[in-house]
Design a protein around this ligand. Structure first.
Ligand code: NI
Length: 253
């Protein structure tokens, strides 16, 4: 069974058919899903969702696009939410200098505050980092005890090797299957298999041949097939390894 380590099943894109889609995931080989929070409000929503499905987990945190909501009161709310049994990570948190909807200084402050919470609570983190490699690495290194995953990884293979050496995981989305995914493929080929996790980031990032369409966890086998091809291993091995890695990352038995 596959573990989708990063999904947004609470997204309005699923409002029409969410229940049916979720009921059909097991038949498509999807055994576990981590639903990632993006704001205090969405974090609360996904905890309520996770309470209803034994295979669904939640992470809580403010995405760089919501960095301006982060203050001591919000951190205190996250601190309380983290004691919920279905909350297994803090995220997605980080930096996005591609869209830069929120000024960089505010993004960095929110990122640091949430990394400090992960440090305090000893929880793994889910990092969103786009076009902010230097600042992302700098802040991660300020919290040497905090580990987690760089989701939808977009850095260099060299940076990935550095992260892996520091104890981090690298998350790959459907981007891995894109024709122009040279950098992601190079990274997936060169980092140790035991540090790779797969994710959909649905409803975004659908793999080929569904690129541009709505993504959902049912497409995750496409990523496992691609990873198997890149690594020269069987699809079964790719599934077993990435599921094992994801459970280790999120500390799920
Ligand atoms: Ni995401």
């Amino acid at each position: 069974m596959l573990f989708d380590t990063h999904a947004h099943l609470n997204d309005p894109a699923f409002d029409e058919d969410r229940e049916a889609l979720m009921a059909g995931l097991a038949d498509k080989g999807i055994g576990l899903v981590m639903n990632a929070g993006c704001s205090l409000e969405s974090s609360r929503d996904i905890i309520r969702m996770a309470e209803r499905y034994p295979w669904l987990y939640a992470s809580v945190g403010s995405h760089p696009d919501s960095a301006d909501e982060v203050n001591e009161e919000v951190i205190e709310e996250y601190r309380k939410l983290c004691s919920h049994e279905k909350v297994k990570a803090i995220g997605e948190i980080g930096l996005d200098y591609y869209y830069e909807d929120i000024p960089r200084e505010i993004q960095k402050k929110a990122f640091r505050m949430q990394m400090a919470l992960a440090n305090e609570l000893d929880m793994p983190v889910i990092i969103h980092e786009r076009e902010a490699h230097d600042d992302g690495m700098r802040i991660v290194k300020e919290f040497p005890k905090v580990k987690g995953v760089f989701h939808c990884y977009s850095g260099s293979a060299e940076m990935a090797r550095q992260l892996v050496n520091m104890g981090w995981y690298i998350g790959f989305t459907g981007v891995l299957t894109f024709k122009n995914a040279r950098k992601a493929v190079e990274t997936a080929a060169s980092v140790p298999l035991e540090r790779i996790v797969l994710e959909t980031d649905c409803p975004f990032m659908a793999p080929e041949p569904y690129r541009g369409k709505r993504n959902d966890p049912g497409y995750l086998p496409k990523m496992a097939e691609k990873l198997a091809e890149i690594r020269g291993i069987s699809v079964e091995e790719a599934i077993a390894a990435t599921t094992e890695n994801a459970k280790r990352l999120y500390r799920i038995q």
